[in-house]
Every structure is written in C-alpha cells, then in structure tokens.
Design a protein. Structure first.
Length: 128
C-alpha cells in the first residue's frame, strides 16, 4: 500500500491520496486521457497491476500482467496531448517515463492512444 500523504508518482505535485490514489481505489474514474495516463504511470510506480488491467481496452488487454518489482519509476514528463478532454471520445498523450532497473537508468518514450469504453477512458495502444 502506498502512503496516501506521500507525493504522487505522476509528478502532479499533489499527494497520492488526492491525486492518482482516488482512481486506483475506484473512488472515481479519470476524467481525461491525460489523467488516465498519469494514473497508469502511478500504477506502475506503486505496483497496482489490477488498475492497469482495469484501464486497458478490452480489445488489447493482456490476460495478465506481471510487474517487475526490480523496476523503480523515477519521474514522468508529459510532452503533449491531442484530444482526450471531457467531451472527447479519443485522445493521445506523449510522455517520457524515467526508471531504474537493475541499477541502470532508462527511459520509455511513448505516444499512447486512449479511447472511451463504457463511458470511461481506457488505454488502447501506443502509436508507432
């Protein structure tokens, strides 16, 4: 369990409990594609595989997800987005996520695609 009073891993500046923790617990759903992407990053950081699977589109969701406990997620930089707002049905979010694995720093640069499924934002895939 991640400390709700700790700074949220998504780099918002808010506490985990008032930021991504609300989405992870199911208290509320992410209102935009950007918030969903940030909450998914935080789910990787806190090891919440169930949330990642719940917020993955049914057509691309894997049957299971094993998170590597040796990965430490360090920082998230959002580079830009298209669509994904309160009244949109699709959107993209480009980001760079920084991590350390086996003592080596690395980064993941992705332009993720999000759509609404059953009224909620979900991760569809990464654009090539």
């Amino acid at each position: 369990m991640f400390d709700p009073s700790a700074r949220c891993p998504c780099s918002s500046g808010d506490t985990y409990g008032s930021c991504c923790g609300r989405f992870h617990s199911g208290e509320t759903a992410a209102p935009t594609a950007d918030r969903l992407m940030r909450s998914r990053y935080s789910a990787f950081a806190v090891g919440d595989a169930d949330y990642l699977l719940r917020t993955w589109h049914s057509s691309t969701r894997p049957p299971g997800l094993d998170l590597d406990p040796g990965q430490r997620w360090l920082r998230l930089d959002v580079l830009g987005s298209t669509g994904g707002g309160l009244f949109d049905s699709e959107g993209t979010v480009e980001f760079v996520a920084y991590l350390r694995q086996s003592g080596v720093r690395d980064s993941l640069h992705e332009n993720s695609r999000f759509v609404r499924e059953d009224g909620h934002w979900v991760y569809l895939d990464a654009l090539a």
